[in-house]
Design a protein around this ligand. Structure first.
Ligand SMILES: [Zn+2]
Length: 217
């Protein structure tokens, strides 16, 4: 995707406020034991913003794997992560799913509705991201992707009728403060904290998520 943007904004795109992407990626490895790998990033030249992959029609500008072998490139080593971001300081931070966590992805409106409901119910939530493509990702224990369709069916929904995607092995999510799409940053709706180091099981979150997705249709 290419887009013409004012020069004053163009200059800011590769920069992140506060902690660098390198520091953040290393912190995810050290503090959360998450694997990380560097993805593409948004570049701007002559006021035109585009994905570093060079494809004018890129489907996910600024946040997709840069290599086919990303699954083997993903690392849980802080030293390796530091080296990878030293080589590409603007690279997006991508986290493989299906390893230390899976992610349940729903539209942002449904995600925020479910989040409010889960908080009222006193559920212990894992980290939750809001992404610039207006989706919400709930981090849960690995193995969710295999059982989500059955859980949804048990609640009386057809899995195909709900925009609820479980990302497991072979998938990935973009982590804050990665910027992509039109340039917005991935944000935490629920930050990673010592309290949510133990992730919830998909069973605990699916009722609220399915209900919110069903209402959201
Ligand atoms: Zn691209």
């Amino acid at each position: 995707m290419e887009e013409t943007i004012p020069a004053a904004h163009a200059a800011q795109i590769p920069q992140q406020r506060g902690e660098s992407l390198l520091e953040t990626a290393v912190r995810y490895v050290e503090e959360r034991h998450w694997e990380v790998f560097p993805g593409t990033w948004l570049e701007s030249a002559d006021g035109v913003r585009r994905c570093s992959c060079g494809e004018a029609a890129c489907a996910a500008p600024g946040a997709h794997p840069a290599r086919d072998d990303w699954a083997t490139q993903a690392t849980g080593s802080a030293t390796t992560a530091r080296r990878m971001w030293q080589q590409h300081p603007a690279a997006s931070i991508l986290l493989p799913t299906g390893r230390t966590f899976d992610a349940l992805s729903v539209p942002e409106s449904a995600g925020l509705l479910a989040l409010a409901r889960m908080r009222r119910m006193g559920l212990t939530l894992g980290p939750v991201t809001l992404s610039p493509d207006r989706r919400t990702h709930f981090f849960v224990l690995p193995g969710a992707s295999a059982k989500v369709p059955d859980l949804v069916r048990t609640l009386g929904w057809s899995p195909a009728s709900l925009d609820l995607v479980a990302l497991g092995e072979g998938g990935y999510v973009a982590a804050p403060p990665t910027r992509y799409g039109l340039g917005g940053a991935v944000q935490w709706a629920c930050r990673p904290t010592p309290a949510n180091r133990w992730l919830p099981d998909a069973d605990e979150l699916i009722p609220a998520l399915a209900y919110a997705c069903g209402r959201d249709r």
